[in-house]
Ligand binder design. Structure first.
Ligand SMILES: N[C@@H](CCC(=O)N[C@@H](CS)C(=O)NCC(=O)O)C(=O)O
Length: 217
């Protein structure tokens, strides 16, 4: 039995679900008992964050650690390349998502609420995200991975790109997208499992973005 602790809006849970769909791994999702960060949940998952996994009694947290574990535990549809160097490159892409681009996008969350939004912070946030997208563009221009396959490192980007686009339209976040990154986003959405996850995830994004709207009347 594979259980994933998750809440509907969590970015890294959506990232993990793309992988689970691609590998056709059956799983159940549960909310963290007592909420994430709670004493009750931390008794099970010491970091208190999401996602976390219990696989036949084995607990693991951090989306990337979980994803790499699952890739080895369920090897039928591999999502890491076969050579040492290509695997290292795939991990470089994953880390650039988890430690650079996504944290810059997360820094926008405090600006979502219409009433407390700071226009300067939105502008600065857009500039930082654009800088990370530019670096990603350079990485992509030397990408040695087979672009016909969905890799583990692609899953987080698919979700984070959806958030950047949502913030562009909901908050007017100013973002420069290198064409190579746009093309990458389009390519990722061509994978049915990515399109399906983003469709299922959209209601959670929309619910979160409700507070971005100006008050009515
Ligand atoms: N790098 C971590 C990030 C996980 C993360 O930030 N999760 C968010 C939800 S998407 C969370 O648990 N936030 C609450 C907290 O950190 O206490 C991973 O890949 O699992």
């Amino acid at each position: 039995m594979l259980t994933i602790y998750s809440v509907p809006v969590a970015v890294y849970c959506a990232k993990l679900r793309i992988m689970l769909r691609h590998k056709s791994i059956a799983f159940e999702q549960l909310p963290p008992p007592g909420g994430y960060g709670s004493v009750e949940y931390r008794a099970i998952v010491p970091s208190g964050n999401l996602p976390a996994m219990i696989h036949d009694g084995f607990m693991l947290s951090d989306s990337e650690a979980i994803a790499e574990y699952l890739d080895e535990a369920f090897p039928d549809v591999p999502m890491l390349p076969h050579t040492v160097k290509l695997r290292a490159k795939a991990r470089e892409f994953s880390r650039s998502h988890d430690t650079r681009l996504e944290p810059a996008v997360r820094a926008i969350y405090p600006q979502v609420g219409f009433a407390s939004r700071d226009a300067d912070a939105v502008r600065a946030g857009g500039a930082l995200i654009s800088k990370h997208l530019s670096s990603l563009g350079l990485l992509l221009s030397a990408n040695p991975l087979d672009t016909g396959q969905l890799w583990l490192c692609d899953c987080g980007f698919a979700v984070t790109f959806a958030w950047i686009k949502a913030f562009e339209s909901a908050l007017g976040l100013p973002v420069d997208w290198p064409q190579i990154v746009r093309d990458y986003d389009t390519r990722l959405q061509g994978f049915q499992v990515v399109a399906d996850e983003l469709t299922d995830y959209r209601p959670a994004m929309d619910a979160y973005l409700e507070k971005a709207k100006p008050p009515q009347g």
